[in-house]
Design a protein around this ligand. Structure first.
Ligand SMILES: [Zn+2]
Ligand SMILES: [Zn+2]
Length: 111
């Protein structure tokens, strides 16, 4: 189960739908998708956090997950926050304009 979310920013950035969370086939492939961004290309996409390296679909550079920023701020060493972490802040880092003006909008649920 998970949420369908989209990242938008006043600068014009708009992500595709991101299927956040774990899917019905989690027990087979252990995928867990979470939003990640590439500062180089200015894109936000869903990436599988169970992989050690998540590469940008455009430039192949390593992407950063949003929850990694959160851990840094809170000094929390836990390996992963629950999926509500996106509600802990209203505005997030935008990889396109580099401002803290990006918002995640819930589009619905999936399972
Ligand atoms: Zn990139
Ligand atoms: Zn922006």
């Amino acid at each position: 189960m998970g949420n369908i979310i989209m990242a938008t920013c006043p600068c014009g950035l708009e992500s595709k739908e991101i299927f956040q969370g774990i899917g019905f086939n989690y027990y087979e492939n252990h995928q867990r998708m979470e939003p990640a961004y590439c500062d180089h290309c200015g894109v936000v996409v869903g990436r599988d956090i169970s992989k050690s390296i998540s590469k940008c679909p455009k430039c192949r550079r390593k992407m950063r997950f949003y929850f990694e920023d959160l851990e840094k701020e809170s000094g929390n060493e836990e390996n992963f926050p629950d999926s509500e972490y996106l509600e802990s802040k209203e505005f997030w880092h935008c990889p396109r304009c580099k401002q803290e003006t990006l918002k995640f909008e819930g589009m619905g649920c999936w399972d």
